[in-house]
Design a binder for this molecule. Sequence first.
Ligand code: NI
Length: 218
Amino acid sequence: MFLVLDGVLTPAEAAALHGAAETLPFDDGRKTAGAIARAIKANDQAAPSEGLEAIRAKVAAALMAHPVFRSAARPKAMTPLILSRYRAGQTYGMHVDDALMQGLRTDLSFTLFLGEPETYDGGALVVADTAEERAFKLSAGSLILYPSTTLHRVEPVTRGTRLCLVGWVQSWIRDAGQREILFDLDRAIAEILGREGKTSLLDTLSKTRSNLLRMWAA
Ligand code: NI
């Protein structure tokens, strides 16, 4: 399941974080790349700093409070966010993310765009499944959540600067199909609650959701 979440940050919040990110020190992104990725990765990543920690904390809190993100990802743990920067001429070729990162199994990857799309050319995130490639270049403050099992790349930036936060989730629910069933149940339960209130149907569906979660969580 690919999910676009609009407005994880308000435009004002995204602009403030973009402005703060521009002032931070950056390192060559190849420092964190494995042998295969190093050959195709050309970007910069924010170096450790108090400013970076403040941005990470703000965005992580916004994500963990976002009901659709929580429903779709069922996050058990999340890696520290990486603030990545692509300037003109930079790109990240086709790759798959590491399965294990910092003690976590990466089930879901996400990219949160900090800059407005018209401020740079290129820089779309392109995710491939077996049938097609899909390109995502979202408005500032919006996020694409996608399975870490996929091949993906970042198109070359040809003008301006692309600033994004990227991160990985280990989900309570390892299997993507099971996660989607729970996501659908969340939506169905919310719809019934809104339409009919707390009925016996709602109770049965809530029980089913809870027991599936109990059965599948790991
Ligand atoms: Ni990647």
